[in-house]
Design a protein around this ligand. Structure first.
Ligand SMILES: NC(=O)c1ccc[n+]([C@@H]2O[C@H](COP(=O)([O-])OP(=O)(O)OC[C@H]3O[C@@H](n4cnc5c(N)ncnc54)[C@H](OP(=O)(O)O)[C@@H]3O)[C@@H](O)[C@H]2O)c1
Length: 382
């Protein structure tokens, strides 16, 4: 039995991870954490016989303590304590946002294997996170479907033979459009192929998510940005490709279902049965590919530039995007202002090399502040 802690248990990744666990005889959950949805978290703990939970929101933790007899930890500190004290062999980080970085650091510091869905950990802290994983000899197994695909493709080849990585992008709900003014919250939340949490769904609509994934791939596989490509593939059947030195290209295919990469990460190096339909290419009939349109979707360009600038630039990119996406979802800025806020925040805070994680927290806070000021000053209505 592998003992597992799931962070972000009440979210899209967390719920699907619990489905994978329910079907497994090899995994037992020893801890669950979430932000504030305590009733759902307590239900999950009861259903899966989990002894301990943590809620980042202290009031939610207090309410959970009243309702449930198990161990309840409170606050961001409580989430960290859960990881360090639960005796886990594996942590699945399915939290959203840069709040996921702290728990990633704790898991790696404790030498607990990390199944990583929280891409922000690598976007914000890539160099320091990968250095920490190396120093503690702790494996990071990607959960993002494209990176799970790349992980499997790259592992199968001898070192030095993979020349390029290709990430596929569905293109989101606005693929093919060249004018995004007037886009509503509902339009942007209607993702054509993946059912995900709110923030990543908006990031998929702006293509920022694909930009984050380029940065994630750079850190996971040590590949320079000039050897990472993005291709739009609306069917989301091909998850990623690698081009090899002998002219061969290898691809990873499957229906878009996050339970597959989640199961892979939780079972690695084995594979477990997952009840998904076998891919029927004749039924899919058509797989199409196109260049991304970085003029209509500037976030992909901004992410590449921030990744190439390195240092604190990706941290600023993420922080500004979190604030801008939240403002868009709250009806305070139009869709097209997300990229503008991110670009202007990046211009205001040039990249420096962070010496320590503390430097990243400071830059994250500064970038959020700057992005909020920009939004307030603009005073734009959607
Ligand atoms: N969804 C997907 O298919 C998918 C695919 C690939 C990668 N990812 C990545 O996986 C991560 C999670 O995405 P998601 O779509 O599952 O998000 P989501 O549905 O919005 O869920 C986010 C989870 O994080 C929890 N959370 C928020 N702040 C927290 C904090 N400070 N401490 C502890 N938990 C906190 C939330 O708890 P409460 O709701 O209780 O507040 C919730 O359980 C993101 O980094 C995303 O980019 C997701």
């Amino acid at each position: 039995m592998r003992k597992l802690v799931i962070l972000g248990a009440t979210g899209s990744i967390g719920e699907q991870a619990l489905e994978v666990v329910a079907a497994s005889e090899e995994l037992s959950v020893v801890g669950l954490a979430a932000g504030r949805r305590w009733e759902r978290l307590v239900d999950q703990a009861r259903d899966h016989g989990v002894p301990a939970i943590a809620l980042a929101d202290s009031e939610a933790a207090a309410a959970a303590s009243e309702a449930w007899k198990g161990r309840v930890l409170a606050g961001e500190e409580g989430v960290r304590e859960l990881i360090a004290t639960s005796g886990a062999d594996l942590v699945l980080n399915g939290m959203v946002g840069s709040a996921g970085l702290g728990p990633t650091i704790v898991a790696l510091t404790e030498g607990i294997e990390l199944a990583l869905a929280n891409k922000e950990s690598l976007v914000v802290g890539g160099d320091l996170v990968t250095a920490l994983a190396e120093a503690t000899d702790t494996r990071i197994i990607p959960v993002d479907s494209e990176h799970s695909a790349l992980f499997q493709l790259v592992r199968a080849e001898p070192p030095g033979t993979v020349e390029r990585l290709v990430l596929t992008a569905s293109g989101g709900p606005f693929r093919g459009r060249t004018d995004l003014s007037g886009v509503t919250r509902e339009d942007a939340l209607a993702h054509p192929t993946w059912d995900m949490g709110g923030r990543i769904t908006i990031d998929s609509a702006t293509l920022m998510n694909k930009g984050f994934e380029m940065i994630e791939a750079h850190h996971l596989f040590g590949t320079p940005y000039e050897r990472i490509d993005v291709v739009v593939h609306p069917q989301s059947i091909v998850h990623a490709l690698v081009h090899l030195n002998d002219g061969a290209s290898m691809a990873h295919l499957g229906y878009p279902d996050m339970r597959v990469p989640i199961s892979y990460a939780l079972s690695f190096p084995e594979r477990a049965d997952v009840e998904v339909p076998t891919l029927d290419l004749a039924k899919v009939a058509e797989l199409t590919f196109a260049e991304p349109d970085t003029e209509t979707f500037p976030c992909l360009r901004l992410a590449r530039e921030a990744g190439e600038a390195g240092g604190t630039a990706p941290c600023v990119l993420n922080a500004a995007d979190e604030v801008a996406v939240s403002a868009f979802l709250g009806g305070r800025i139009p869709f097209t202002a997300i990229a503008e806020v991110v670009e202007r925040t990046l211009e205001a805070l040039p990249a420096v090399t962070p010496g320590h994680f503390e430097d990243l927290y400071a830059v994250d806070a500064e970038a959020r502040e700057r992005a909020r000021e920009l939004i307030q000053a603009a005073g734009v209505a959607p």
